[in-house]
Design a protein around this ligand. Sequence first.
Ligand code: UDP
Length: 428
Amino acid sequence: TMNLATEQRIALISVHGDPAIEIGKEEAGGQNVYVRHVGEALAELGWQVDMFTRKVNVKQKDIVEHSPNCRTIRLKAGNVDFVPRDYIFGHLPEFVDNFLKFQKDNGIIYSLIHTNYWLSSWVGMQLKQKQGSNLVHTYHSLGAVKYNTVKTVPLIASTRLGVEKQILETAQTIVATSPQEQEHMRSLVSKKGNIDIIPCGTDIERFGCVDRKAARAELGIPSETKLVLYVGRFDQRKGIETLVRAVGQSKLLGTEDFKLIICGGSRPGHSDGKERDRIEKIVAELGITQMTEFPGRVSQKDLPFYYGAADVCVVPSHYEPFGLVAIEAMASFTPVVASDVGGLQFTVVNEETGLLAPPQDVPAFANAIARILMDALWAEELGQAARKRVEKKFSWDGVAMQLSELYKSLSQQSVEQPSLEQPMVANS
Ligand code: UDP
């Protein structure tokens, strides 16, 4: 319907978030989902979409075709092995070289590039400088906010903060996924630069396709059980500790058939495995091991059953730039109890689609969860309102449409001459 010419080509760059892999593991979460869905939805709208990421395993294919107009391309940058994101920066010049080589070998020059996370923005700025590409950037996480919520700041912090300022002032457009994220950019990063708000989306056909009864039958959960759900990575920043402590002191314990399910992948010895061990230890100390389940990583295909079966989904993050899990639960007619931070303040409407509680406030979370569990009728209303909000604001198709309009407006402007400013140097 769009009638785009074949030169409507776009490169989505996601150096550490491979859009083609299974998600829910360490370092694989919302960004992978975002890039993959945006890519596929843009292809449906007629764009030629190439998604570039770093190859982390020799067994991985260099190119994965998702649909005729959408593929993932894996480039070598450093050893072909997993590298935590805080240690990737020094390998980025090689990523740029291999990107340029791919262009040359295939006779392509991407005049439009959408980068994801600060690492990719550095790559994008090099390409803008070398070949004048138009740049769009989504942060997914802001160092300036994140570093306020962690105890130890990594070595790469000052580099990251510098790059995050530079991309805000350099990109044609920054995509903020919530008004809260835009506000953080302005107050903590820079007053300069052009910001548009286009939220993240979710698959509204997948999430919400099973009703509570069918979902519970599938998972073998009795209808009278009070089911509290967490979905996400094992990372301290996600605040799982707050949730288990809230459940541990709930006044409903003992009086109701109560169940807590914590979904998310982890690998022994890695940071997510360590966080899971830590959480399991707290669960044991609280004496709630019997009622707590850790099914591990759950595929996107199976997640609708978990969201559908739950009475409440809890997102207790210390910081959350957007938080896909909240809108996945909401699309599944499930009320959300979330931390009153970042994008969650945008997606969850307090007292209408769920409840917001101060981050790390155990009694507040316990109280919010109990309020929803004790009032099934109200919970039903919250769930209905949640679904409506997602349909209206957060479908991938709607989101991709807004991005497509943005890209079209940029490609109608003439491609800029390579800028003379020197970008920051990797490895310095
Ligand atoms: N996820 C999943 N399986 C799991 C745990 C998480 O598929 O076992 C997905 C989840 O459905 C969501 C994403 O991982 O789409 C997490 O995104 P979010 O924005 O909530 O958090 P992030 O990981 O980006 O911090």
